[in-house]
Write a protein that binds this ligand. Structure first.
Ligand code: ZN
Length: 659
C-alpha cells in the first residue's frame, strides 16, 4: 500500500517536472522561482525545510541543472549559493535554510584553518612574528588607538558602598568620550590588603549584568578575595539611556566596549587596594569574546577565562563581537588564535556540548596546548568541558571559574558558597537612578551625537532604526504601564513590527509590480497603487504577531491607543468629520462607520508612511460613504452642503472681524 502511494507520487512529480521542462529553454535561461525549486527538492528527496530566508521574487537561472539527483546537500548548495543563502542540517531529513553568516563556519573549516595557521609557525620565533602582526593589526582594524586618544579624564561618579556578607558593592560611572558614560559595579572583599582584580565584560544573557548568575559570580569571587568589576554592554542597561538599545547592533559597539574595558582597568589600577600583578579577565558568551579581545589589546592581564564563547569556526554573531573585521587580521585569523596570543599566561577555556564550543576539547584546546608548548607552559592552559550542558553561565561554569582564579590568584576557596550572596534588585545596581533621572547634565542622549567619532554614512541605516526604536519607546511610555517587563516586551514587539514593515517596504519597491490598470476604475495603476500592492504582500504573520502580542499584555482600549499612534489618530479625526457633515447621525450609523474606520486602522499599521496609511483609509472612507448612501443618505449632497456651510461661516466671521 505504502509503496503504491510512493509510486504515484513519483509519477506525479515526473508529470510536473516534464511540464516545467517543456516551458524552459535557453532563451529564458531555464529560470524558475526559487520557492518552486525548493518545493521540488523537498518532494524529490523527502526532506523538510524551515525557512529563515525570504524567497519572494527570487528567481533562479539554470534552475534544474543545479540539482544533483544523487545528493540533496549538493543540490541545496548549488541552489542557495547564488542568493547568499545556506542550509544547516537539523536532524534526519530536516534542514534550516538561512542567510549567509560571515561570522560562522563549519567545524571542518575551523579544523582546516587551525591546521593552516599551525603551518605558519614551525617554531617559537615564527609564532612570535605572527603574534606581533596580530597584536598590531587587530588594533588597527578596531581603530582603538584613535578612540582611546579622544577620551576625557573626569572624576568617576560613585555610589555609596552597600555592605553584605563578606563583600561590598558600589556602582560607578566613568566618562569615556565626552558625554559618554560606562556604568557598572565594583564588588570588593571586606578583607584588607592588596587584592587581585578581575574585569568582567558582559555577554548577551537576558537581564544583562543585573541578572542573578552574574551577581552570584561577582559576589562570590569578591568573597574569595578578588575585586570584581562588571559593566554594561554598549546600548544595554544604563548605556541604553544614552544611545538607545539599537545602537548595540552597530560596529561601534565592538570598539566602544573594548575602550570601556581598557578605561575601567586604567581607573581600577589607580586604586590603592589592587595588586597590579594579579589582573584577570572573565566573561561568558559575547563577554567571552570580549575577554579574548581585551587580552589582545591590553598586556596588563595575567589570567583570562573566556566561557562558552571560544571556537575556531565562530567569531560571535553580534556586531559587538564581529561588527569590525578583526578575524581578517594578518590574512585571516580566528578567536582560537587570538586567545593563543595570551600564552604562556594562565588561560581557562570553559566549553559545553550543546553550542558551538562543543569542538573545544578535540580542536581548539589541543591547538592552544601546542602554542603553550612553545613556552614549556602546557599546564597553564586549561579546558573545563561540560558535554551535557548548553549555552549559559550556570553553576558548573561558575565553579570552573572559581577554581581557576582560586588557583592562579591564591583566592580563599573556603568562601565558595553562593548561598551567602545577596541578590540585589536591578535598580540598586544602577548609578543613574531607576529611570535615568541622575544622568549628568553633559550626558549625550542619542547615538547620533557619537557619530562625530565615526563615519556617519556607515550608520545611516542604524540611525533610522533608532528613530523607530524611539517611536516604539514613546508609544509604550504613553500607556504609563506599571509593569516594566511588559513595557520592555511591548517596546521590542512594536519596534520589530515597525522595522519589518520598513524593511519590507525598502526591499519591495513599486517597480516590482508591473504597470497595468486598476480593474475597478480602468485607470492606469499609479506609483502609489503599485507600492501598496508590493507592501500588501508582506507575510500575514508579521501583523498577527504584533496584534497577538499587544492583546497578550494590554486591555482592548490600550491596544486601540497603540493602533491610534501608528495611524496618528485618524479614526477619531475622520469620525469627527462624519459627525460634522452628516446631521443627526444615528447610533447604528455611527457604529457602522466606526467599525469600518477601525478596520482601516488595523490594516494601515502595516504600511510604512502617511501617504500609504491615508490611501488605506481612503478605501474605507469610500465604503463608509457607500454605506451612508445605501442607508438613505445622499453623501455627495451632504458633503456639498457642509462645504457651503463652512464657507458661509467663514465669510460671516470675516465680516464680523471687519466690523
Ligand atoms: Zn553584542
Amino acid at each position: 500500500m505504502k509503496k503504491k502511494k510512493f509510486k504515484t507520487t513519483i509519477i506525479c512529480i515526473i508529470c510536473i517536472t516534464t511540464l516545467i521542462h517543456a516551458q524552459q529553454t535557453v532563451e529564458n535561461q531555464f529560470r524558475r522561482p526559487l520557492s518552486d525549486v525548493l518545493t521540488e527538492i523537498s518532494q524529490r528527496f523527502g526532506v523538510h525545510f524551515t525557512y529563515n530566508i525570504d524567497t519572494v521574487d527570487k528567481v533562479l537561472p539554470y534552475a534544474d541543472f543545479r540539482i544533483r539527483p544523487y545528493s540533496v546537500e549538493e543540490s541545496l548548495s548549488n541552489i542557495l549559493t547564488p542568493f547568499d543563502y545556506k542550509f544547516e542540517k537539523q536532524g534526519d531529513n530536516r534542514y534550516k535554510l538561512k542567510p549567509y553568516e560571515y561570522y560562522r563556519r563549519t567545524v571542518q573549516e575551523g579544523e582546516k584553518m587551525l591546521t593552516y595557521l599551525w603551518s605558519l609557525y614551525p617554531d617559537k620565533d615564527k609564532w612570535e612574528e605572527r603574534k606581533s602582526c596580530l597584536l598590531q593589526e587587530v588594533r588597527e582594524i578596531l581603530g582603538i588607538d584613535s578612540l582611546l586618544a579622544k577620551r576625557v579624564s573626569t572624576k568617576p561618579l560613585l555610589s555609596k558602598a552597600r555592605k553584605f556578607a563578606g563583600y561590598t558593592v558600589r556602582n560607578f560611572a566613568i566618562e569615556t568620550l565626552p558625554g559618554l558614560y560606562v556604568a557598572g559595579s565594583v564588588y570588593s572583599p571586606l578583607s584588607k590588603g592588596d587584592h587581585p582584580l578581575i574585569i568582567c565584560p558582559n555577554g548577551h544573557f537576558g537581564g544583562g549584568r543585573y541578572r542573578e548568575d552574574q551577581q552570584l559570580r561577582m559576589a562570590t569571587l569578591a568573597r574569595m578575595g578578588a575585586v570584581c568589576v562588571d559593566y554594561d554592554l554598549f546600548g544595554w542597561g544604563e548605556s541604553a539611556l544614552q544611545v538607545g538599545s539599537a545602537a548595540h547592533r552597530s560596529s561601534a559597539a565592538q570598539v566602544i566596549q573594548a575602550m570601556n574595558g581598557i578605561t575601567i582597568l586604567d581607573y581600577m589600577l589607580t586604586q590603592k587596594n589592587i595588586d597590579k600583578k594579579r589582573i584577570g579577565v572573565n566573561g561568558g558568551s559575547g563577554g567571552g569574546t570580549q575577554t579574548v579581545l581585551l587580552t589582545v589589546l591590553d598586556d596588563r592581564y595575567s589570567a583570562a577565562a573566556p566561557v562558552v564563547s571560544l571556537a575556531s569556526h565562530f567569531d560571535g554573531g553580534c556586531p559587538c563581537e564581529s561588527g569590525l573585521p578583526v578575524t581578517l587580521a594578518c590574512s585571516g585569523t580566528n578567536n582560537a588564535e587570538l586567545a593563543a596570543l595570551f600564552a604562556p599566561r594562565p588561560l581557562l577555556i570553559v566549553s559545553d556540548g550543546k553550542d558551538w564550543t562543543h569542538s573545544v576539547p578535540t580542536l581548539e584546546f589541543p591547538y592552544l596546548k601546542e602554542i603553550y608548548r612553545f613556552y614549556d607552559r602546557e599546564e597553564n592552559v586549561k579546558n573545563v568541558h561540560l558535554p551535557d550542558e548548553g549555552h549559559d553561565f550556570g553553576i558548573n561554569k561558575r565553579k570552573a571559574v572559581y577554581d581557576f582564579f582560586a588557583s592562579v590568584f591564591s583566592l580563599d576557596k573556603t568562601q565558595i558558597d553562593e548561598k551567602k550572596v545577596t541578590i540585589e534588585p536591578e535598580e540598586d545596581l544602577k548609578i543613574f537612578g531607576r529611570n535615568g533621572e541622575l544622568l549628568p547634565e553633559n550626558a549625550i542622549r542619542s547615538f547620533e551625537e557619537l557619530s562625530v567619532y565615526f563615519d556617519k554614512k556607515r550608520y545611516a541605516e542604524l540611525l533610522s532604526d533608532l528613530s523607530l526604536e524611539k517611536r516604539a519607546t514613546e508609544w509604550v511610555a504613553s500607556l504609563n504601564l506599571a509593569n516594566q517587563t511588559d513595557a520592555a516586551f511591548l517596546t521590542t514587539l512594536i519596534y520589530n513590527h515597525l522595522k519589518t514593515v520598513k524593511d519590507w517596504h525598502n526591499t519591495h519597491p513599486y517597480t516590482l509590480i508591473p504597470e497595468g490598470i486598476n480593474p475597478t476604475t480602468g485607470k492606469p495603476l499609479t506609483e502609489l497603487d503599485r507600492q501598496l500592492i508590493a507592501d500588501s504582500a508582506m507575510p500575514k504573520e508579521v501583523h498577527d504577531k504584533l496584534m497577538s502580542g499587544l492583546r497578550k499584555v494590554l486591555t482592548e482600549d490600550q491596544v486601540e491607543a497603540i493602533l491610534d499612534k501608528y495611524t496618528v489618530g485618524k479614526v477619531d479625526f475622520t469620525m469627527k468629520g462624519y459627525k460634522a457633515i452628516v446631521p443627526n447621525l444615528t447610533e447604528k450609523e455611527e457604529a457602522t462607520l466606526l467599525s469600518y474606520l477601525k478596520q482601516a486602522r488595523e490594516q494601515a499599521i502595516d504600511y510604512k508612511n502617511m501617504k500609504e496609511i491615508s490611501a488605506i483609509f481612503e478605501i474605507y472612507k469610500t465604503k463608509c460613504e457607500q454605506y451612508l448612501n445605501s442607508n438613505g443618505r445622499n453623501w455627495r449632497q451632504l458633503y456639498k452642503d457642509y462645504v457651503e456651510k463652512v464657507k458661509a461661516e467663514k465669510a460671516a466671521q470675516q465680516n464680523s472681524n471687519k466690523k
